[in-house]
Design a protein around this ligand. Structure first.
Ligand SMILES: C[S@@+](CC[C@H](N)C(=O)[O-])C[C@H]1O[C@@H](n2cnc3c(N)ncnc32)[C@H](O)[C@@H]1O
Length: 266
């Protein structure tokens, strides 16, 4: 009940097409070079890891994730393999230092804290001339996300969560550009983009968030408490979201990209 969130590949995959869109926008920044060695941090079920590998004609791509259920869906093949490990420990491994031509991550790094330091550690995994590309959600001020945290702070759920509060480690978009620049990466791309998802109704936002944000609460509550939380959250959403059909779910994301120019490729 406590510890890392459990991911439900079925629930997460309910909006696979919508969730994949920023992945392809991020991938568009990356320059393919011959014989690339890439890592995909927080690779989930690995479908996009394979797409990344193929798009770059990479030599070797490793997908890293700590969630057993997500990785159970991953399909290793020639040049693509998967490792079950926490991102923080993977990027601290001696064999990860200076090892990758591309450090990539789509919609995962917001589960790790202290992004300023995290970025330095990610840059440390780049081979000379390597590229860093990641995308993180930045939707913490959306009414649905605000409501999720407000409901969690209500007495009944605060107790069930033993005081846990979900933090938001995502930096201001401009700060990502500064940190990249100081780390020697050029151009320091840091772009905020709004993705507009057309959902049948506002109730679909619950399904969407059950597959992502709410896993942080699910991991810390009993099943009964979590179902009560979801029911209360659903009711709250009907108060704060419009009932237009389709419901337009605006989703802000930050895309970050840079290439190590202080040490160009040999
Ligand atoms: C929103 S999913 C994204 C999956 C995939 N990158 C995609 O775009 O479809 C986030 C994934 O990050 C993984 N994750 C979150 N924090 C992690 C950590 N500290 N170490 C390893 N994996 C982590 C989760 O298990 C989950 O599979």
């Amino acid at each position: 009940m406590t510890g890392a969130p459990r991911w439900d590949p079925g629930c997460y995959g309910a909006f696979a097409r919508e969730r994949a869109q920023p992945f392809f926008d991020l991938l568009a920044f990356v320059h393919a070079r011959p014989g690339m060695r890439a890592c995909d941090l927080g690779c989930g079920s690995g479908a996009l890891t394979g797409a990344l590998h193929d798009a770059l004609s990479a030599e070797e791509t490793v997908g890293v994730d700590r969630d057993e259920a997500m990785l159970a869906r991953a399909e290793p093949r020639g040049g693509v393999r998967f490792e079950r490990e926490d991102i923080a420990s993977f990027i601290a491994r001696p064999d990860a230092q200076g090892a990758f031509d591309l450090v990539f991550s789509n919609a995962a790094l917001h589960w790790l804290s202290d992004h300023e330091d995290l970025m330095k550690r990610l840059v440390g995994c780049l081979a000379p001339g390597g590229q860093l590309a990641f995308q993180v959600p930045a939707n913490h001020d959306h009414p649905a996300h605000v409501a999720a945290d407000e409901v969690a702070r209500e007495d009944r759920f605060r107790g069930a969560l033993s005081g846990y509060e979900r933090g938001v480690p995502v930096l201001d978009v401009g700060r990502y550009a500064e940190v990249l620049y100081r780390a020697g990466l050029r151009p320091p791309v840091a772009q905020a983009r709004v993705y507009l998802h057309e959902l049948e109704s506002r109730d679909d936002v619950v399904t969407w968030l059950r597959g992502s944000l709410l896993t942080a609460y699910e991991a810390r509550m009993s099943t009964a408490d979590f179902e009560a939380y979801v029911s209360r959250f659903s009711a709250r959403l009907r108060e704060v979201l419009s009932d237009d059909a389709p419901f337009l779910y605006t989703y802000k994301r930050i895309l970050v990209y840079g290439r190590d120019v202080l040490a160009p490729p040999a």
